[in-house]
Ligand binder design. Structure first.
Ligand code: FES
Length: 138
């Protein structure tokens, strides 16, 4: 599917492109152009509103950071929770401060069991001046 004209994207740019109900992030990272879901692998915030530095994209919601070259989280979200392998990470605390205790209750339990997923990629090609993204068909 045509996503956008190639000259609409410069190195370091990120754009959201929507195909029906699928929001795709097209990014020109330092390793090349990549298309992924425009949903943070943590709680689905739009990564297109974040910051791209090389291959690392920062999520605007809980400061998670993801490597577009590997699909891995390079910084866990401040809420803590489970990483893609299922390992638990505590709620972030400022350096030099006591670790924040998880408050009791259903919200803390939900946070503990919220897992960062791996990034889902879509194949990309540039043809006739268009960046095309292969999205799954129903
Ligand atoms: S939604 Fe992105 S880090 Fe939480």
């Amino acid at each position: 599917m045509p996503a956008l004209a190639a000259d609409e994207l410069a190195p370091g740019d990120m754009r959201r492109v929507t195909f029906d109900d699928l929001d795709v992030l097209v990014a020109w990272a330092s390793d090349g152009i990549v298309a992924i879901d425009d949903r943070c692998p943590h709680m689905s915030a739009p990564l297109s509103l974040g910051k791209l530095d090389g291959c690392l994209v920062d999520c605007p919601l809980h400061s998670g950071q993801f490597d577009l070259a590997t699909g891995r989280a390079t910084r866990m979200p401040t809420t803590g929770g489970l990483d893609a392998e299922g390992e638990y990470h505590p709620v972030w605390s400022p350096p030099g401060k006591e670790p924040k205790p998880d408050p009791p209750g259903i919200k803390a339990e939900a946070r503990r069991f919220t897992r960062v997923r791996r990034i889902r990629y879509y194949p990309v090609r540039i043809t006739d001046g268009q960046i095309e993204v292969a999205i799954p068909r129903e």
